[in-house]
Design a binder for this molecule. Sequence first.
Ligand code: URA
Length: 431
Amino acid sequence: MHIIDIITKKRDGYELSKEEIEYLIQSYTKGNIPDYQISAFLMATYFNQMTEQEATHLALAMRDSGDSIDLSAIKGIKVDKHSTGGVGDKVTLVLGPLLAALGAKVAKMSGRGLGHTGGTIDKLESIPGYQVELSVQDFIKQVQDIGIAVVGQSGDVAPADKKFYALRDVTATVDCIPLIASSIMSKKLASGADAICLDVKVGHGAFMKTEEEAVQLAELMVSIGQLAGKKVTAILTGMDEPLGHKIGNALEVYEAIETLQGQGPDDLVEVTLAIGSQLLMDANLAKSDKEAREMMNKALNDGSAYDKFIELVAAQGGDIEVIKHKEKLLSDNKVEVLSQEEGYITEMNALDIGKAAMRLGAGRETKEDKILLDVGIDLHKKIGDFVKKGDVLATFYVQDKGIEEAKTLLLDAITIGNQKKSITLIKRKIS
Ligand code: URA
């Protein structure tokens, strides 16, 4: 087999075989194909796309380029979720302990954030002492003992995707549905769960800007997962405004704690319950959506979900006093941002609000950047709220970085009009 024939075939719009895709991935992972040829392949794929079969072969070849985690020693159905990335998305921090409190087995490997969307692992690192790295043995044992572990991705999961993604990032080929779907699914399939629910975000704060694109991505990921023998569903959720009120690592942990104590914002609770309901049914722990929601509402209100979070943090070495006194998580320096107009909030550009949080230091522009864990934005108003001139739109938690730039970004991101507007959060389910 020759790489140049594979590139030519893709360039001319033909479907690649399983063997060709496996050859390409295996040879590239071993360093036997140079980046410039894979760049040409990626660009050909960008323009000609891939069939469902090709994307599945690609996902499986990338999964098999490294270790797959064997979770069979954990009894019961192992559940997992994945979000395609949004601003203020702290669903994993709430949903993981919530499901574990209800008897589900949550063996979760999460990522770090890059750009305007934060990663669960960065958020958890804002809890002093929390260890994001566990050996596979300890990871499995913790799930056996307390029903949940949340760790960073091990270095050996889907190394081919790591190389591919780095190259896509610098060749303008990230934004390609079959490449995104196979990248996400290669890692999800290697992580070993039996049932996976994908939260596909749609809106200007998300990878997928339109519902049509989001449906395509969701359908392809569900199909790859099912062809690989897993129970996979997707829920399309809106990213027309940030999720919840708080954006930034420690701020998101703070809001997750509030939610686990039964005092979460409606939108965050709604997305959490939608995904949770699917996974409780997949794990045979609830018979219907109604039953699942009743179970989850009870666990959020009776302290059991919060207690499970404390158990998780303690098991991974985190300081639970900080969880019990959550204000300790945040920077003491605050700046208020006031509305300069009167009216209803009709739009909140989540992408730009995410960028504002990044300017304050909450996110990374490059992989090497160090993030400031205690800074970010607390939004006091959301779409549909009425504001008067001089009302506080948001509180910034700051150190000494990017305050004026972030203020401008935030004010420009918010549109104020004279008609009250509402948005739909849960758009569609795909199974
Ligand atoms: N997230 C991934 O893991 N891969 C992509 O290609 C895009 C988002």
